[in-house]
Design a protein around this ligand. Structure first.
Ligand code: SAM
Length: 316
């Protein structure tokens, strides 16, 4: 069972009243800190600050990063997690999009040599930055899902990630085949990680209070997994695109759209061969299949395409 705010362990050093820092445990104090700098809380960037010190402590514990390890912190906000991470002797690369908050972070952490700030949209900046073995982020769901997708498909992996998102998105990330939350993001995540929801948080742990509950997903890198075949990602998107359709239908659509075919009927023949090579009838639906089946379909398709002397169109 995931931990909730009701049964979180006590944090040994509650981070209140640190000289120069805002009181991270009080919403009104954070608002007046921002007011004092002519800044405001920006809804469009999902700014709900984590004001529960025990939850912050729990998140950093869950990262299990060794002393001196490098950590990417996505969406640092006013630095409540940054402060907790630096206090544990970790080397932080912080990503933040809000220019006002970036100035605050630079001011607060100016004297900390293990703090580096990357200004701007993490979806654009992450590729320019040295990689790290750990990632921690409390993120708007729009950014979280796209970022995770981009990191995985671009082969940027972490030993461990602790990600706080809207509960509904967390459930999709950690969903198992056959459940109603199972989707392409569940398969994508499970191709590289094992996922577990380790904490759920009601809105009251944040300021301002969001309308939705949040959950924390712990991602642990799977050991010794080969990189998936290149067709895995586009095929996965396509097989989940029409959830009501069978695998046979979606596969045929994908082949017809993405392959350079010389004869009519080739797409259907390739689809049949691929399904046969994976032991599928074609009547299955994507929402019931485990990650291994999608991987087998992608490599089966690559083999059948080369046997049929066809090619995949550029950009498929
Ligand atoms: N880490 C802080 C905390 O826990 O209180 C702030 C979390 S707040 C939910 C999300 C933070 O992510 C905000 O500071 C927001 O400005 C930042 N953010 C949103 N979209 C972003 C993006 N695309 N790139 C970088 N930071 C982003």
């Amino acid at each position: 069972m995931p931990v909730t705010e009701m049964n979180l362990p006590d944090s040994p050093e509650p981070t209140t009243k640190m000289a120069g820092f805002p009181n991270y445990n009080s919403g009104p104090a954070l608002r007046s800190f921002l007011d004092g700098r002519g800044l405001s809380i920006r809804k469009q960037w999902g700014q709900n600050f984590l004001i529960n010190p025990r939850a912050r402590h729990f998140l950093v514990d869950a990262l299990e990063a060794e002393n001196g390890a490098a950590v990417w912190e996505i969406g640092s906000g006013l630095g409540c997690m940054t402060h907790e991470l630096l206090g544990r002797k970790l080397k932080i690369t912080a990503f933040e999009i809000d220019p006002g908050l970036c100035s605050v972070l630079e001011e607060l952490f100016a004297a900390w040599p293990d703090f580096t700030l990357i200004r701007g949209d993490v979806l654009k900046t992450w590729k320019t930055t040295e990689r790290a073995p750990y990632l921690l982020g409390n993120l708007p769901y729009t950014v979280a899902a796209v970022l995770l997708g981009n990191l995985i498909t671009d082969n940027c992996f972490f030993s461990r990630m602790i990600i706080t998102v809207q509960k509904e998105v967390a459930l999709r990330m950690a969903a198992k085949p056959g459940s109603k939350e199972y989707s392409s993001i569940s398969v994508l995540c499970s191709s590289a990680y094992t996922m577990k929801i380790i904490m759920t948080l009601k809105g009251q742990s944040f300021y301002p209070v969001p309308r939705v509950d949040s959950a924390v997903v712990c991602f642990e890198r799977l050991p010794n997994v080969p990189l998936p075949p290149p067709l895995f990602y586009p095929l996965l998107r396509s097989l989940f695109a029409s959830r009501r359709k069978t695998i046979a239908n979606n596969l045929l659509n994908f082949i017809s759209r993405s392959c350079i075919l010389n004869k009519t009927g080739t797409a259907a023949a390739i689809a049949e061969d691929v399904l046969k090579s994976c032991g599928l009838t074609g009547g299955e639906r994507a929402e019931k299949l485990p990650c291994g089946t999608f991987l087998a379909l992608a490599s089966g398709l690559e083999n059948c395409i080369s046997c049929a002397g066809t090619k995949i169109k550029e950009g498929s």
